[in-house]
Design a protein around this ligand. Structure first.
Ligand code: URA
Length: 441
């Protein structure tokens, strides 16, 4: 077999066999196939696409290119939740204690933020003392005893994906459904969960900007997961405006805590309830979606989820008192109120621009090496559908770096579309994809 012939076959739009895909990924992983041939291979896939059989073979080959984590010593059905990334997405911080308090084990490996999207690990590290560096023994022990632990994804899983993702980034081959779905799913499948719940974001702040593309990505990932015998469900959810009001690490943790106290923003609460219910169904703790919703609401109302969050923080070295005393978080030195320049209804808040504005302040990374300012960020005072008067505050900036303020204000003002007429309210949940059906709401 030769790399040249495999590239030529895909260039000519022919279906690749499992052996050919295995050969290419294996040889690329170990350095026998150079980047210039892999680039050409990726472009051929980008232009001619892969069918679902080829995509599953590609995922499996990438999954096998690194370590495969064994979580079988953890009792119960482990469900992994993965979001394709968004702005203000602090879901894991509220959802993990909710699901755990309902009785399902949460063994979560999370990532860091890059660009306009945040990462769970960075958010958790804004809690004084909190550590995401758990060795596998400690991780398994905590999940078995307390049903909850979150750690960083090991760098030894899906090695081929690491190389290929970096190459895609510089060869204009990122935005392809087969390449994105295999890249996400090979890491999820290598992480050892028994079932997978995917939150596929759609809209301005998401990878997938249109609903059709988002459903196609959701279907591709569900097909891969189920094809490899892991029950997988995907929910397509809105990322046209940021989720909740808070964007920035400690600000988002505080919003997640408030949600567990019963004071969460409407959109964020709905997302936690929906994802939580599906996680409970997948882990067989709930009999169906309605039972799952009931259980999620119960543990928020009786504060069991809040207590679980305290236990989770304490177990990972953090100070659980932050839950009752937000002054224990590092505070940004300055705040700035961004005022509306006209009267009208907020018809759109470009999520990506708000994410970039927070990143400029230090809440996110432009490059992997950037250091974060965990106290910096933005609180949106107005969301889509709200009426605002000229001079009224639309957003509050929390910052330490004076030189970044002007740029951040400008991006926020550009992100807000304030118009005379109110638009119809937007959906948060667009649909659900399972192996048996695609339901669009
Ligand atoms: N996230 C990934 O891990 N891979 C992609 O290709 C896109 C998003």
């Amino acid at each position: 077999m030769r790399a040249y012939d495999i590239i030529k076959k895909k260039r000519d739009n022919k279906e690749l066999t499992k052996e050919e895909i295995d050969y290419f990924i294996d040889k690329y992983s170990n350095g026998e196939i150079p980047d210039y041939q892999a680039s050409s291979f990726l472009m051929a896939i980008y232009l001619n696409k892969m069918n679902s059989k080829e995509t599953t073979y590609l995922t499996e080959a990438m999954m096998k290119s690194g370590e495969i984590i064994d979580l079988s010593s953890i009792n119960g059905i482990k469900v992994d939740k993965h979001s394709t990334g968004g702005v203000g997405d602090k879901t894991t911080i509220a959802l993990a204690p909710i699901v755990s308090a309902c009785g399902a084990p949460v063994a979560k490996m999370s990532g860091r933020g890059l660009g306009h999207t945040g990462g769970t690990l960075d958010k958790l590290e804004s809690i004084p003392g909190f550590s995401v560096d758990l060795d596998s023994e400690k991780f398994i022990e905590l999940v078995n005893s307390e049903k909850i632990a979150v750690c960083g994804q090991t760098s030894s899983i899906a090695l081929a994906d690491k190389k290929m993702y970096a190459l895609r980034d510089v060869t204009a081959t990122v935005e392809n459904i087969s390449l994105i779905s295999s890249s996400i799913m090979c890491k999820k499948l290598a992480s050892g969960a028994d079932a997978i719940l995917l939150d596929v974001k759609t809209g301005d702040g998401a990878f997938m900007k249109t609903l059709d593309d988002s459903f196609e990505l959701a279907k591709a990932m569900v097909d891969i997961g189920c094809g490899m015998e892991k029950e997988t469900i995907a929910i397509v959810t809105d990322m046209d405006e940021p989720l909740g009001y808070a964007v920035g690490n400690s600000l988002e943790v505080i919003e997640a805590i408030e949600t567990l106290k019963g004071n969460g923003p409407k959109d964020f609460v709905l997302l936690c309830e929906t994802l939580g219910a599906y996680m409970l169904v997948l882990s067989k703790v709930a009999t169906d979606f309605e039972d799952g919703i009931k259980k999620v609401r119960e543990v928020i109302e009786n504060k069991k989820a809040l207590e679980k969050l305290k236990t989770f923080i304490k177990n990972q070295g953090g100070n659980p008192d932050v839950v009752d005393d937000y002054s224990l978080f590092d505070k940004a030195k300055n705040t700035y109120l961004v005022k509306s320049q006209k009267d009208g209804y907020v018809n759109k808040i470009k999520a990506e621009d708000i994410g970039i504005s927070a990143m400029i302040l230090g809440a996110g990374r432009e490059t992997k090496e950037d250091l974060l300012d965990l106290s910096a960020g933005i609180i949106l005072n107005k969301k889509v559908g709200d009426y605002v008067k000229e001079g009224e505050t639309i957003a509050t900036i929390y910052y330490n770096k004076e030189d970044k303020l002007e740029n951040s204000i400008k991006m926020i003002l550009d992100a807000y579309f304030i118009e005379e007429n109110k638009i119809d309210s937007k959906k948060l949940i667009y649909g659900v994809v399972t192996k048996d059906y695609i339901k669009k709401y």
